[in-house]
Design a binder for this molecule. Sequence first.
Ligand code: PRX
Length: 608
Amino acid sequence: MAKSKLRWQQLFDKVQQCDMEKGQFSWFSNGSLNISDNCIDRHVESNPDQTALIWEKDEPGTEERVSYKELLDMTCRVANVLKGHGISKGDRVAIYMPNSPLAVASMLACMRIGAVHSVVFAGFSAEALATRIQDASCVAVITTDQAVRGGKIIELKKMVDSAVEQCPSVRNVFVASRTGADVPYQSKDVSLDKLMEQADTSCPAEQMESEDPSFMLYTSGSTGKPKGLLHSTAGYLLYVALTHQAVFNCSPGDVYACVADIGWITGHSYVVYGPLSNGVTSVLFESIPTYPDPGRYWEMVERLKVNQFYTAPTAIRLLIKAGDSWPQKYNLSSLRTLGCVGEPLNHEAWEWYNKFVGQSRCDIVDTWWQTETGGICITPRPSESGAEILPGMPMRPFFGIEPALLDSQQRELIGNDVTGSLCIKKPWPGMARSIYGDHERFLDTYLRPFPGYYFSGDGAHRHSNGYYQITGRTDDVINVSGHRLGTAEVEDAMDEHESVAETAVIGTPHEVKGEGIYAFIVLKDESTEDENKVKMELKEMVAVNIAKFAVPDHILIVPGLPKTRSGKIMRRILRKIAGGELSALGDVSTLADPSVVEVIVKLHVVAR
Ligand code: PRX
C-alpha cells in the first residue's frame, strides 16, 4: 500500500522495525517523501483544475473554490515567505487561524520546507496559546486579523499579541487578512498577504525521511500540562490516506465534508491530509451548525452536493433539539456516507442521523480514534457491502489494528462479552511517535501501563458478536462537546484564585455536550468574598487560561471534599453527586470525614 498510495522521492527498504515495549517505531525506513508533494503536486500533474478545497465561509452561499493548481501556488508562496524569514527544516511554527484555504496552505507550506507545524485551535485563549508556543519554542506564528464564526467577530490577532509578549522564541508573526480590519501591528508582525504577493510560486519540496516529524498537536491528558504529540511523515500520511478512502468510500470527484476545525486532529487527518492526499474535494467549514439557522449543514449539503459528511455527536444532538424538519427541507440525495467522531454516538442520535439525514440509505460510520492514533482505528467500514452496521458502537477494527482489552492485572481478556482497558496490540503506521521534548512521558502514558501494548486511556466492551463498544475514559480526561480536557487543567486554572483553597473538577453527563463540567470549590477559611463573585471570577479565569469551552457549567462551593484517610479525593463520590445519583453513593466509611458528603449533597440539592 505504501508503494502504491504514496509518491516517494526515495523508496523505503524496510516496512517496519518497531518495538512496542521500548517505544521505538520505524516505518518505511530509508525512504523519503514530502507530504505537500503527495497532497498537491501529484494531483496538479494529472488534474490541475480539479477543486481541492471548497471554503464554506461563515455566510451561506459565499463559498470559494480553490483548485489543486491554486493550492500549489498559494502553498509555495507561503513556503517561500517562511524560508525568506529564516525558517527551515525542524523549526516549529504555530498556526492560530480559523478554517480557510490559507490556513491549509500554511500547514502544507510547513510540510513543504520540513518545518513542524503546531496548529492551536483558534478557540483557545491567549494564555493557552502562549503555553503551547513556549513548550515547543516556536519560531513563528501564522494568524489572521480576525475570525468570523456564526456572524460574530473574534479578535484573533489581539490574542496573538498578548501571547507573543510572553514568547521570546517567536521571531515573526505572519498576519493574514480575513476581515480586512485595521488591526495594530506589533514589532514582530509582518503582513503575510503582502509578502505572498511578492513571493515566487514555486518552491522545491524538501526531502523528508519517513520518520521525520511532520507536525505536533497538543492534547489534554490526566495531568495539568497538555502534551504535544509528534506525528511521523510517511506512516502518518499512509494511514490517513488509507483510512479516509476506505472508511468514507471516497474517490476523486467526490465532494467530501468534514466539518471539524483544523485545530483538532480530525481537521488535520480528515479535512486536510487524508482527503488531499486522495485527490478529493474537501470542504472547509468556517461556520457553526446553527448559523444562520439549524438547517445550515443540510442546506450546505444540498448546495455543494456533498457525498460524505463527517461531524461530531454533540452537533447531532444539538440539531435533534432543533427539530426533525430542518434536514427534511433540503435535498440530501447526494449523501452516501455519514461519519461521526469524538465521543460515543448514542442510539437516539444514531437513529436520527440515519433516518433524517441519511434517509435510511447511507452508511453510518461511528469512528473511534484519538489525537495519538493519527487516524481512525475502529469503525464499521470498510467491510463487505451489506455487512451489518449497528448503532451505538464503532464495531470493527480497521486493517492492521489489533485491539485488545486488558484487566487491572494487565492480563489480556480472551473471548467475548468482556470489558477492559482498550489497548492496541501491534504498532500501526499512523500512531504518534512521541511527546515533544518528553519521550519518557510518552512511554509512561501510553506504553508502560500495559507493557507490550499501546494504551488508549479508554475502556471498551467486546460484545458477544465480537464488536467493540467504547465505554468512556478510564482516566481524569473529560470530553466536552468533543473537546478533550484534563480535569487537572481546569483545577489548575481555578487554584490560582486567591480565595480558593482547593478544587475538584469532574465530568457529568450533559444532554448536548456529552459531558458538562462540575467544579467543587473549597474556599480558604479566611475568605470573606461573596460566593457569587468568586464563582464569576473562577469562570473568567478558566476562559482566560484555557478556553471558553472549558468553563464549568456548575460551580458548588463546599466546606470540604470527600477524602480518604491518606488525603486522596474520592472523585467517584463527587461524580455520583453531580450526576444526581444521590442514593447510590456507595461506601463512604473509608473517608477521613464521612459527614462532609452529607453537607455536599445538601448544598447540591439546594443549588439545583
Ligand atoms: O474517549 C475517546 C473519545 O475521544 C477521545 C480522543 O479525543 P481526541 O484525541 O481529542 O480525538 C478526538 C477525535 C479523534 C478518545 O479517547 N472518542 C473519540 N471517538 C469516539 C470516542 N468515544 C466513543 N466513540 C467514538 N467514536
